[in-house]
Structure formats: structure tokens, C-alpha cells
Write a protein that binds this ligand. Sequence first.
Ligand SMILES: NC(=O)c1ccc[n+]([C@@H]2O[C@H](COP(=O)([O-])OP(=O)(O)OC[C@H]3O[C@@H](n4cnc5c(N)ncnc54)[C@H](O)[C@@H]3O)[C@@H](O)[C@H]2O)c1
Ligand SMILES: [Zn+2]
Length: 361
Amino acid sequence: MDPVRIDVTTPSRAYAITLEDGALDRVGALLDGLRVPNRRFVASSPLVWRLHGRRLARALGPVEPILVPDGERFKLLSTVTRIYDSLVRANAERGSTLVTFGGGVIGDMAGFAAATYLRGIALVHVPTTLLAQVDSAIGGKVGVNHPLGKNLIGSFYQPHAVVIDPSVLGTLPRREFRAGLYEVIKYGMTSSPGLFDRVARDRTAIFAREPKALMPVIAESCRIKASVVSADEREAGLRRILNFGHTVGHAMEAVTKYRRYRHGEAVAYGMLVAAQLAAGRGALAEGDRKVLADLIASLGPLPPIADLSSALILEAMQHDKKIIAGRLHFVLPTAIGTTTIVDDVAVKEVKDALRRVGFRK
Ligand SMILES: NC(=O)c1ccc[n+]([C@@H]2O[C@H](COP(=O)([O-])OP(=O)(O)OC[C@H]3O[C@@H](n4cnc5c(N)ncnc54)[C@H](O)[C@@H]3O)[C@@H](O)[C@H]2O)c1
Ligand SMILES: [Zn+2]
């Protein structure tokens, strides 16, 4: 299949996303072509490096990878500090590049290190999870969690290039793969009925990671993210639609200490709650709500929620960054492919929606 190139053009930087089966094996040449500084460091996790490091090292030339743990629980400033330590010890200078090689956790943490080390060195993302390929590697959000809330410490720092090779997804556990698919469904719900239908239609081939089914899904997701970010880099307007499902999702992750849910799974529940809320106020047809709920259910099981109280989730939502002047902003779907942002949601409406989706009283 032909390589796909998607351009991201923001006020702070313009860069290319290269999507190609086998891109990993020519990443060095690709980065040379994009004139990315050639003293290159790699940040990865022990698991990702063990699975795919040899291919990257062969394509990039000799590298001593900086390996840090990549669970959500380790997405902390203290882990970023370990990346700084390695960069300092290796005398990395301003003209160096940090290549992140892993899922969203590695990308966000190492991206933050690149944004802040020497006030910023070149950054390249080579994402290895579906979630990172369709979402977190694009758009420049980098950062870490605070015990009281997710991603509370961070920055906007656009990469110099993004290189996506779907072949690395062959080793991704099914649950992680599914977690990424929920973000794809998010793009379908906010921006593209075609993408939404494609996931429903090609589900089996997508899960089998058949390039013919998977490539178009990744490409379309990247195009949506790239165009939204190009129009609104710093989330002053349009980009907020991509938070669909995330207000409740982030709260669920925080109250379970980032241990129970994969990020995408929490977002799946968040989308169900937002759809329930929208249907409850007549903004979304009940039929569309059901189509979304059915697609999410068809992908497989989600971890339980019945022991979590709606009051607990509501309390955690108070720490969300999306609170503006004390009001909770909600992205609500109005149909498959369109959303609206509201700031007049009453606490009772959220509680009702949470309960209807299955949270306890
Ligand atoms: N920056 C953004 O705009 C943005 C957007 C969405 C999500 N995020 C963040 O992304 C994070 C979630 O990312 P994630 O879902 O990629 O999680 P992750 O980085 O924790 O990766 C999930 C697991 O998959 C493993 N893994 C990675 N690649 C693999 C491969 N090819 N084969 C086998 N195993 C592999 C990892 O070792 C890890 O155990 C969250 O912290 C979320 O906040 C950021
Ligand atoms: Zn997300």
C-alpha cells in the first residue's frame, strides 16, 4: 500500500505525519529527508524496546535507548526526571532530537522532556499503540499526571515529525488495541459518520490488523486530528470537540488511580455518559445513542463500573482542566458525526446519566 502523508500546520510548527506499513525500517532516511537534527536519542519502554527496538536501531543507526516504565501510574514528573538525567549524562545539546518510541504514555512523558530540556529540543514521535498512532502523537499535547488529576502538568509542544508504522500493532494485546479503537469511534462521533460506519463494518478485519482494513482507519483518524489541530492548536475552540467522552473518562481514571481502566476504555464510558446526557435533554435521538452503545458493546467487554458512585465521579470532575469560570463544559453528540458544546449542564443531569450507564448511586 502506498505511503500516506498528512500535513499538520499550526502557528508554532508545521510537520508531516508519514503513515506507511514498514515505515519503521526507513525511519532514519525519512527523518534525514525531513531535515530533523541528526544527533538522535530514543526514549522507549523496556517492553516496546524488546519487541521492536532492533528494527528501530537498525534504521536509525547505533542508539542507546533511554528506557522508562510506561504504565499510566508512571506518567509522573519523577519519570520525566529520569529522561533528563540520561540526556544530561549523554551531553545532549540543543541540536539533538528525542525520538519517542512507545504508546501515549511514553510519547506524553518524553515529549514533555523534549519540550523542557534546554528549553526545547527537536521531537519525533514513532507511536507504537493504536491510541498513540491515531491520537496522542499528533497535536503537541505533552505532559504528566498529578495525583489529583490527569495531565495537569504539561505543555503544547509540536513534534518535528510523526512516523506511523501499523505493522508494530501486530504485537499489541487485544485489550490495548480496543482501547485505541474507542478513540477512533470518538472521531467518528465528532466528525465522520463514514469512519464510524467503517469501524462497525470492518470490525473483524480491523481486529485482525489487516492492512487493507486498518490503514484507512488510521489515516482518516490522523486526518481528522490533523485538521482540528491545524485549525485550533491551543484548544480555544474547535479542538474542544476532541474532548468528547473525556470529562467523565478522566474522572474515572483518577478515582481508580489509573489502575483499572485503559485510557480508551474510560473514554468509551465517558462517551456513553455524554450520549445519555444528550439523549436525556433531547439533543440526541435515542436511536443514535443506541447505535453508539451497540458499537461500543460489539468491540468487547469493558471493566466494571457498578462499584463506583456517581458522587465520586462528579467530585473528581471538579479537577478537570475543562472547567472554565467554574462551569463544567460538556461535549454532547447531536448525531453520529456532529457535536455541540454546552456549559449549562446541571449536576442532577450528570448524576442521572451516570446512573443510567451503570454507576451506583
Ligand atoms: N497527547 C495527547 O494528545 C493524548 C491523546 C490521547 C491520549 N493521551 C495519553 O495517552 C496515554 C495512553 O496511551 P496508550 O494507550 O498508548 O498507553 P501506554 O503508552 O501505556 O501503552 C499501553 C501498553 O502497551 C504497551 N505497548 C506499546 N506498544 C506496544 C506494541 N507495539 N506491542 C505490544 N505492547 C505495546 C506498553 O508497554 C503499555 O504497556 C494516556 O496517558 C493518555 O492521557 C494523550
Ligand atoms: Zn483520549
